[in-house]
Design a protein around this ligand. Structure first.
Ligand code: TRP
Length: 450
């Protein structure tokens, strides 16, 4: 049997895992839900959710992967052979392909926007109507959106086909530092805008009277999605780690980096939004409609426009890589399939399932598919709002009660003879707090509440 892949360095692993976590969820979705939920209060709740739920489940996934050295299906099977638990692994494999199928549609948009902003489409005194038109004519073009989807998945499968250290690690090792640099430049630039102080006060001065349950649920959901938890992506990435890796430190670094990137995305968006009198609640249009307009008005917009969309495309790519890798690792480990074949097959399936999502903005049939929602929105609801919390809930029950929280904790300890900082709290958290909160999230999603 071919030798299983491994990360070459500790930093390489952290960058790859952070690459999975940092994605459209951080740069596009986070500022938009923060804007919709009142700004700073949401940020506050989000950070609590990251620490007390996200980080806790991150350790659960990484430790299960590293301990078993297996893909999600194999990992459950190894700890509890012959049981139904491997079904949670299968759920993860399917969820990965499901998310990949529509996530890559939006990722394809970023690729197209990078292309047209490089051509200088958003310069001079272009009007908002013109910007809106560019968006509308792009998303209503079925062929173009499908081609972009295809290109994005192809690129992803290509990277994954090259393997762990010479594919994923090599690419994310270059892309992530670049992304961070672009993000820093744009943040600093944004802070010099005239509306910066109004933007920052919206973003950083919490008004606790706006706190409500729906906001808390959406902050928790955002935290799990952003950290790539609930479908075994981190089990898979953890499984390519060697025994001497310090899981405690790596987990903290990945979570810290992801949160920092989301935070910086807010620092870029809100001052810009307030400077140009736009609405912080614009959602999809925030990135694809209002920002190009904004860039066209900035002195260095000709440079920052393409830079921003390049950044988004990179962030999306390092995330789709992890979505393809979960199913690929299953096919390679369990079905002994050659890695390139597996990677292109997974991509091919996601592409086919993704076509109706790509058509959700152009075809009347798919744009109002069911319940007044588009096909893409329904996919997002099913996979991100229902399947991910379900996967995370079952995973935490498995780690806490079937494998045993203390066994997992041993795996996280840098020094086996001593508890890791906060270990007792982690054990209580994964046994009680995490399952209860995820149960509530899942029920409210099933009732159509969130
Ligand atoms: N975390 C990524 C983002 O924020 C998306 C993503 C990649 C993901 N892999 C995942 C989400 C696995 C959930 C599970 O955009």
């Amino acid at each position: 049997m071919a030798k299983r892949g491994k990360w070459k360095s500790s930093l390489g692993f952290v960058l790859a895992a952070a690459g999975s976590a940092v994605g459209l969820g951080n740069i596009w979705r986070f500022p938009y839900v923060t804007g919709k939920n009142g700004g700073a209060v949401f940020l506050f709740v989000y950070i609590l959710a990251v620490i007390f739920l996200g980080l806790v489940v991150m350790y659960a996934e990484l430790s299960l992967g590293r301990a078993t050295q297996k893909n999600p299906v194999g990992a459950f099977e190894k700890i509890k052979p012959g049981s139904l638990w491997k079904g949670v692994g299968f759920l993860g494999v399917f969820t990965g392909v499901g998310i990949l199928s529509y996530y890559s549609v939006i990722a394809g948009w970023t690729l197209y926007y990078f292309y047209i902003s490089s051509l200088g489409k958003f310069t001079g005194n272009i009007t908002r109507t013109q910007v809106d038109k560019i968006f509308a004519s792009f998303v209503s073009n079925p062929l173009l959106t499908i081609v972009m989807l295809f290109l994005f998945i192809l690129l992803t499968s290509f990277v994954v086909s090259r393997g762990i250290s010479s594919g994923i690690e090599k690419w994310t090792g270059v892309l992530m530092p670049l992304l961070f640099l672009i993000l820093l430049v744009l943040s600093i630039y944004s802070l010099t805008l005239p509306g910066a102080s109004r933007g920052l006060s919206f973003y950083l001065r919490p008004d606790f009277s706006k706190l409500n349950l729906r906001m808390i649920l959406s902050a928790v959901g955002q935290a799990f999605f952003s950290l790539s938890l609930g479908m075994g992506a981190m089990i898979t990435y953890g499984s390519y780690l060697s025994r001497d890796e310090n899981l405690f430190a790596s987990g903290l670094e990945v979570v810290g980096f992801d949160t920092l990137v989301a935070f910086l995305a807010g620092i870029i968006i809100f001052p810009t939004v307030f400077t140009y009198g736009l609405s912080p609640q614009a959602g999809v249009p925030l990135v694809f409609k209002t920002l190009p307009f904004t860039f066209s008005r900035l002195p260095l917009g000709r440079l920052f426009g393409p830079l921003f969309f390049f950044l988004l495309a990179i962030a999306a790519l390092t995330s789709t890589i992890s979505l393809v890798e979960v199913a690929t690792s299953y096919l390679v480990d369990e079905k002994k399939m050659a890695r390139p074949l597996a990677a292109y097959m997974v991509g091919g399936v996601a592409f086919l399932i993704g076509i109706p999502s790509a058509l959700s903005t152009s075809s009347r049939f798919f744009s109002n598919f069911a319940f007044g929602k588009s096909f893409l929105d329904i996919m997002d609801y099913l996979w991100a709002n229902i399947s991910l919390p379900l996967g995370a809930l079952l995973l935490s029950i498995f780690v806490a009660y079937v494998w045993g929280a203390r066994n997992a904790a041993m795996e996280i300890r840098p020094d086996k003879a001593r508890k890791f900082p906060g270990e007792d709290l982690w054990v209580i958290d994964i046994k009680f707090f995490v399952p209860i909160v995820l149960g509530i999230i899942l029920i409210s999603a099933l009732l159509g509440f969130s």
